[in-house]
Ligand binder design. Structure first.
Ligand SMILES: [Zn+2]
Length: 487
C-alpha cells in the first residue's frame, strides 16, 4: 500500500474493503449499506474522486495494480514538491510553508523576511505533498510520516533540490485544525560572497565596515581564544561563521579547522565538518559533549561549535580556548543581552563558577560580533519621497528621522507598496548585515544597540534600507544614539 494514500484516516477493519486512486475510489459492494463505510466514502469523494462499488474480484485486481506500481499518484506528488522547491528557490525564498486547515492548503514563501502566498490547493493535495516530502524525499530519523506529532527531517539528495540549494531543513507537526510543514532553504551562496574572495573581500562584502572590519581581520590571526557571533534567530549568525571560516582557510591554509554542528547547515570549504549523530538519543546534550571532547582530540587549530546552548558547551569552549585553540561559535542573544553576561551565566554552573572573571581575560574571549540582517530596498522600484510625504512610515519614525537631521523636504527612500517584477512584488531584493564588532574582555551593556542603530540609520540615509524595516530590526532610530552625525 503506497504511503501517499490517506489510509491513515480509515479504520483498520475498513481498509481491506477500499482501494483509493487519485481520481477514483473502489469499494466492496457488500459494504454499500454500512454507515461507517458510507461516511468514509463520502469524505473521500468530497476530495474530487468518483466512487465505484465493485465485487471482491475487481477490488483485488485494483489493489494489485495499485501496489505493483507504487503510486503514480505518489510519484506525481514528488514531482509537484520538486516544482514547488524550484519556484521558491527561484524567488530566493528562505522558507516554504505548507499549512493544511479545514479542507484547504495554503502554500506560502518567506521572501526577505515576509510571508507571501504562493498558491492555494486542497487539503488532500497538501496531505500528498507532506507525505511525499517527508516520507520519500527526506533523510529522516523517524521512518514514517505521522501527522499527529512534531517531526524533523532534511532533504539533501540532489535529485530533489533546485540548483544553488545545498539542502532543505524540514519541520512538520499538527495544528488545531490540520498540520503544517516549514521547509527552510539553505543556499550554497547565501549572501552572494564570491568563493575566491580573500579575507578582506569577504569581510567587506558581509558589510563589516571601518573598525568592525579591522577587528575581524585581526581575529583571523589570533593564536587562540574565543570569537562569538551574537544575535537573535534570523540574524545570519551561522552564515557569517561559514564565510569567515572559509576566509580563514584561504588566509591560513595550514590550519586544521574542524566544525561540530547539530546539524551542519552549509558546506564550509576547507573545514572538516562533523555532524552530531545519535538522533533521538535520550540525552542529546551528553551526545554533543562526547563529540566536543572528541573534536579536541583530533588536533584542531580552530574549532567551530555551531552554537553555545548550555553550560557544558560553554565550559568546553572556554577550556579549548585556554589550551591554545581558536574557538568560533554563535550565541543566541536579544537586544538587551550582552554576550559576556550570557556566557558568564552559563559558566556559573560549571567548574568555572569559581573563576567568574575568566571572560574578562581578552586572550580567552577576544572578539564579539553583534549583528542583524536588514532588508535591502529593491533598486528597481524603491520610491524617493520628501520626508513630510513619506506616509508609509509611521509618524513617530518620521519624527525620529527629522530629529536625526533629515529636512522635511529631503527625499527618503521607502518601499514601493506593490513592489515590481524584479523583486516579485516585495519591494526588497536582498539582505544587508548591520554589525558591531567589539573586543572581548569587557561588558558592552547599553553600547551595542546604539551602534547598530547608528549603522542602520546610515543605510537609511544612503537610501538602501526603508526606515520602518530598520526600526523593526534594530529598534527606534533615536538621534541620540549617534545617528545625527552620519548625515
Ligand atoms: Zn522591486
Amino acid at each position: 500500500m503506497s504511503a501517499s494514500l490517506p489510509y491513515g484516516e480509515i479504520p483498520d477493519d475498513l481498509q481491506g474493503a477500499l482501494v483509493i486512486e487519485p481520481r477514483n475510489i473502489y469499494v466492496a459492494e457488500s459494504r454499500r449499506r454500512d454507515p461507517q463505510t458510507l461516511e468514509i466514502v463520502w469524505m473521500l469523494t468530497e476530495r474530487e474522486r468518483t466512487v465505484h462499488w465493485v465485487g471482491f474480484e475487481e477490488l483485488a485486481a485494483r489493489r494489485r495494480a495499485t501496489t505493483a506500481a507504487p503510486g503514480a499518484d505518489h510519484a506525481h506528488a514528488v514531482r509537484e514538491a520538486q516544482s514547488l522547491f524550484a519556484q521558491a528557490a527561484a524567488l530566493r525564498a528562505t522558507d516554504l510553508h505548507l499549512r493544511l486547515w479545514g479542507e484547504r492548503t495554503d502554500i506560502l514563501v518567506r521572501l526577505h523576511g515576509e510571508l507571501r502566498t504562493l498558491l492555494q490547493t486542497t487539503r488532500y493535495e497538501g496531505e500528498r505533498l507532506l507525505r511525499a516530502i517527508y516520507g520519500t524525499m527526506s533523510d529522516v530519523a523517524a521512518p514514517a510520516y505521522s501527522p499527529l506529532e512534531p517531526q524533523d527531517a532534511r532533504v539533501a539528495r540532489s535529485e530533489h533540490l533546485p540548483p544553488g540549494v545545498h539542502s532543505l531543513r524540514i519541520a512538520t507537526g499538527p495544528t488545531v485544525d490540520g498540520a503544517q510543514m516549514v521547509v527552510r532553504f539553505l543556499y550554497e551562496d547565501a549572501l552572494g560572497v564570491p568563493p575566491e574572495a580573500d579575507a578582506r573581500g569577504v569581510i567587506d562584502r558581509l558589510g563589516y565596515d571601518g573598525g568592525s572590519g579591522e577587528l575581524l581581520h585581526a581575529a583571523l590571526d589570533r593564536p587562540g581564544g574565543l570569537l562569538v557571533v551574537a544575535g537573535p534567530t534570523g540574524a545570519g549568525k551561522s552564515t557569517t561563521l561559514k564565510y569567515l571560516l572559509e576566509a580563514l582557510h584561504r588566509h591560513r591554509p595550514g590550519l586544521n579547522i574542524q566544525s561540530l554542528e547539530d546539524p551542519p547547515e552549509y558546506p564550509i570549504r576547507g573545514v572538516v565538518q562533523v555532524p552530531v549523530l545519535g538522533e533521538g538519543s535520550a540525552d542529546r546534550r551528553a551526545v554533543i559533549h562526547t563529540y566536543l571532547r572528541h573534536a579536541l582530540r583530533v588536533d584542531p587549530d580552530v574549532l567551530m561549535i555551531g552554537e553555545i546552548r548550555d553550560r557544558e558547551t560553554a565550559a568546553l569552549a572556554v577550556e579549548a580556548s585556554l589550551t591554545g585553540h581558536q574557538v568560533w561559535s554563535t550565541i543566541h542573544a536579544n537586544d538587551a543581552d550582552t554576550v559576556t553576561t550570557r556566557l558568564g551565566e552559563k559558566l556559573a554552573g560549571t567548574g568555572w563558577g569559581r573563576n567568574p572573571r575568566i571572560l574578562e581575560d581578552p586572550t580567552v574571549l577576544h572578539t564579539i560580533v553583534y549583528q542583524r540582517l536588514l532588508p535591502r530596498l529593491c533598486g528597481a522600484c524603491r520610491c524617493l519621497r520628501p520626508l513630510s510625504e513619506a506616509v508609509t512610515l509611521p509618524a513617530m519614525t518620521r519624527r525620529r528621522l527629522a530629529d536625526a537631521g533629515f529636512d522635511n523636504d529631503q527625499p527618503v527612500a521607502v518601499r514601493h507598496p506593490d513592489g515590481c517584477d524584479a523583486c516579485h512584488g516585495v519591494g526588497v531584493d536582498g539582505l544587508l548585515v548591520v554589525a558591531d564588532v567589539r573586543p572581548g574582555g569587557q561588558d558592552h551593556a547599553g553600547e551595542v544597540a546604539p551602534a547598530l542603530r547608528a549603522r542602520a540609520l546610515r543605510l537609511v540615509a544612503e537610501g538602501r534600507v526603508d526606515a520602518l524595516d530598520a526600526e523593526r530590526a534594530v529598534g527606534p532610530l533615536h538621534p541620540e544614539h549617534g545617528g545625527g552625525q552620519v548625515l
